[in-house]
Design a protein around this ligand. Sequence first.
Ligand SMILES: [Fe+2]
Length: 296
Amino acid sequence: MKLRSIELALSDPSAAAAFMVEIWGMALAEERGGTFYLRGSGSYPYLIAFDKSDHEFVRSTTFVCEEAELAEVKRRVSAAGWPARPEVSDDIGGGEGILVELPEGELLRFLVGSGEVRTIEGDDLPVRLTHVVFNSVDAEATGLAVEQVLGFHVSDRTKGMVFVRCNDSHHSIAFARAGIASLNHIAFEMSCIDSVMRGIGRLRDHGLAPSWGPGRHGPGANVFAYFIAPFGPVFEFSTAVEKVSENYKVGTPEDWTWPENRIDQWGMSDKDLVGLRAAEERFRFVRTWDVQPIDN
Ligand SMILES: [Fe+2]
């Protein structure tokens, strides 16, 4: 199963798309029906989509999978009585599957038959999304729930986060122990460290400094640089997240304690905790139960 894309509802999707193309460094895949689809260099038709709404929120986070994986998710979701509904995608990739609501209101889509496109070359285009992190009221419970119901696996637990994988990448999602349910950040995978660094330079050229980074994380060992986008969400340039095997030993918070004055492997950057937290509070999740349990 692979993390493919995230879909955001925004007050000004056109301005957001312009930022992503002109400054963040993506390609406009298509504008269709007022929705802007932005792509990277990889084979997914888009990585992030923006549509217009008076109320800004995360519409969904989308995974692509095989028929058998979808059937298994449907079976487990149905058995657990989780809210979910059949989904026929109207995005530019198409496909169908289900939309599942997690216990704190995050909506995940699982699609089969979603199309892929020819890869493209470009100056430091992101390749794909590498992870999406959600803030949670109870990250531990949510992590356990996605293991039991979605068949995902917790890779590591730290004092701040529960890291979850759905393939051999160390994490595709994570849940931050934040006391609120909201979007924490969206991470774009760059092809190499130079590409991350040039991305930082490009944003600096436009007056945007990293809110945290550059640095290298503990769990996942990926290089990172976080920015608060002008339209709200926190984005990350990332690269080289660790690949793990099925028998990866799940780390505990005690395994991941930092020496004093360190919150990453390099220790070269400050973290704007206040600014990041304010940005994270904009995109809240609310348990809607808009979607009802399905019979499988
Ligand atoms: Fe991240």
